[in-house]
Design a binder for this molecule. Sequence first.
Ligand SMILES: C[S@@+](CC[C@H](N)C(=O)[O-])C[C@H]1O[C@@H](n2cnc3c(N)ncnc32)[C@H](O)[C@@H]1O
Length: 262
Amino acid sequence: MDAKTSAVAAGTLAVVGAAVGYVIARRKAKYESKALKLNSRNNKDNPVAEYIQSHLQPLHPAQEKLIKITDSVPRRRMLSDSLEMQLIHNVLMSMGAKKTIDVGVYTGFSALTVALAIPDDGKVVACDITMDYPKYGVPVWKEAGVDHKIDLRIAPAVESLQKMLDGGEEGTYDFMFIDADKSNYDNYYELGLKLLRPGGLMALDNMLWGGQVMDQSVNDKDTIALRAMNDKIAKDDRVNATHRVPHFGDMMSAKMKYTRRV
Ligand SMILES: C[S@@+](CC[C@H](N)C(=O)[O-])C[C@H]1O[C@@H](n2cnc3c(N)ncnc32)[C@H](O)[C@@H]1O
């Protein structure tokens, strides 16, 4: 739920809700106004992102198509960053990843990217709580010839991940991308660490949250959850080789599950 919606949903608390919403909205704007200038989601107005993108291999036509389709889908800002996706694509190819998990599908860009990187008998367990957004991606997955690799599960992701563990899949996954509701990141992280094999990779999106995690005066529930995750992961000796990959104005954080001390 975004700040605006929570203010509306507060009902009898509308005044308090509205005030909170306003404060949050203003704080977001403060960080985002700086960040947007360098945000690769806005490549057209962004010379740095354009430069980087023009020095990478082009996106797959299906990725381009899905980005275009998503332009007219509600909550378009939820779309994953294409430079991040290219990095994930290359890392997965280099790892030879086969079994993967995508938590938070939206219109299916991350699931598509992962599916394009894994072999024909690989799989992406793609978890979302609603079909409202994945329905836009499903035809594109088909057109790209990767739909057979994507196993879409519509349910709260915590339930889907727990079912995978109950089904005996502990320690069998190569990669997990976490990009859903922030207050469940810790649950996704813990379940994911169980599902990943030693040496498996977990990538958590939005770990800077537009810079808000660094500002102790910002205390909405998403910021608190992400700040707590950063603090927890920094001290967690179950993961190593922590890469923090800056993307402009936000950050993707990739963890490799602990294999051995070096
Ligand atoms: C930021 S979007 C994901 C973006 C996507 N990874 C992409 O590549 O564009 C977050 C998604 O998480 C989903 N979501 C929110 N809460 C969830 C939950 N409890 N379980 C599963 N999915 C959830 C939303 O429906 C939304 O589609």
